[in-house]
Design a protein around this ligand. Structure first.
Ligand code: DAH
Length: 356
């Protein structure tokens, strides 16, 4: 190879070595092999070389072209490999690192209690029924044997909703979940076994009453249902819910227009310490009774063939008792500090009530 060709080889090698990326590499390639590249120019000039030198010059140029092409290709391969290495290094993923836990919300104690009730009654074969918050006064009162001017209508401090519905009935915010008893009996033939968790409303607001609160209703209709079924069902439920297998439960005769006989249910506790179970004191916890024959008849069920029992209780109240929550008002304040303290992890399994 002549000096000028050697010089071009040396110069190109240096330029390739200096090319740090594919863009710089391509500039070198074009400058040497491109249409107006240095080697291309030398090849074009071959025709001007004296015939006796042309053969040797042509062979040398070919040799140089092969060498340069090989060097350029090799540089490209090494640059590509380096780029891949860099990318793999930057995208490296350590699959052995522990996961970063995303912050998750907590289950509100009201929701938690409803879930627990659904689990306990669900295991006893109850389904869940629901009804609207805006009811008519027939389902909320009349069908339940609470006639107009009955004191219970005043006792319940009803919120009336303006206007009359299509059936000519006054609309109300339901004062209890009992109207869903009526809806269920009108919509489905017995046997019936449902619980009804939901919101209820009364015009009452102080430290222990909220205008909106929650109840759960229960309704069982079948042939041959007796007070014994009511007692067994509620004793089992209360012991499972409070997690105390020996929880004392007392049935005390009472009055509700929609049940006959009616009973209020008390659980044993210690008034001084607030501890549930022993202690010799009694705490009223729910209302219950055998569904009044008039209520069955109002809902199209023949009371000579079908009997049943019903019960209703306040969800806030049992939640406060179970978890030692002293004040009702924070339930609705959405204070994140209160929720962190009393809320439940969504990942904690629903409690299982075995052997109760
Ligand atoms: N509805 C009643 C209330 O809100 C509670 C109640 C008592 C419901 C007795 C019942 C029952 O189903 O049988 O005070």
């Amino acid at each position: 190879m002549t000096d000028d060709l050697l010089a071009l080889k040396t110069e190109t090698d240096a330029a390739l070595a200096a090319a740090g990326d594919l863009r710089a590499w391509d500039a070198v390639r074009v400058a040497v092999l491109g249409r107006s590249g240095s080697l291309t120019g030398l090849l074009k000039e071959l025709g001007k070389v004296a015939p006796e030198e042309r053969r040797a010059r042509g062979a040398a140029l070919n040799e140089l072209k092969e060498a340069l092409t090989a060097a350029i290709d090799a540089r490209r391969a090494s640059l590509e490999e380096a780029a891949l290495e860099a990318r793999l290094a930057s995208e490296r993923l350590d699959v052995t690192l522990p996961p970063r836990l995303a912050p998750t919300g907590l289950i509100h104690p009201i929701s938690r209690t409803m879930e627990e009730m659904a689990a306990i009654f669900g295991a006893m074969g109850f389904a869940i029924a629901e009804g609207p918050d805006i009811e008519d006064d027939w389902r909320n009162f009349g069908a339940l044997n609470i006639p107009a001017h009955h004191p219970a209508r005043q006792d319940m401090d009803t919120f009336y909703v303006p206007g009359i519905d299509a059936d000519g009935r006054q609309r109300v915010l339901r004062t209890h979940t009992s109207p869903v008893q009526v809806r269920t009996m009108l919509n489905q033939a017995p046997p019936i076994r449902v619980i009804v968790p939901g919101r209820t409303y009364r015009a009452d607001h102080d430290a222990t009453h909220s205008p909106m609160f929650h109840q759960v209703e229960g309704l069982v209709i079948d042939r041959g249902i007796t007070l014994g079924h009511l007692k067994g069902c509620l004793i089992d439920f209360l012991r499972a819910f409070f997690g105390i297998t020996t929880l004392p439960v007392r049935f005390r005769s009472s009055y509700f227009p929609f049940t006959e006989p009616s009973m209020e249910v008390d659980i044993g506790w210690n008034r001084k310490t607030g501890e549930l179970g022993g202690g010799g004191d009694w705490l009223e916890i729910l209302g219950s009774g055998m569904v009044h024959p008039k209520v069955l008849a109002n809902c199209g069920i023949d009371p000579r063939e079908w009997q049943g029992f019903a019960f209703g209780m306040g969800i806030e109240r049992v939640t406060m008792l179970k978890h030692g929550i002293p004040d009702l008002r924070p339930f609705y304040e959405s204070d994140i500090r209160w929720l962190r303290h009393y809320g439940f992890s969504a990942l904690a399994p629903a409690m299982l009530h075995e052997g109760v």
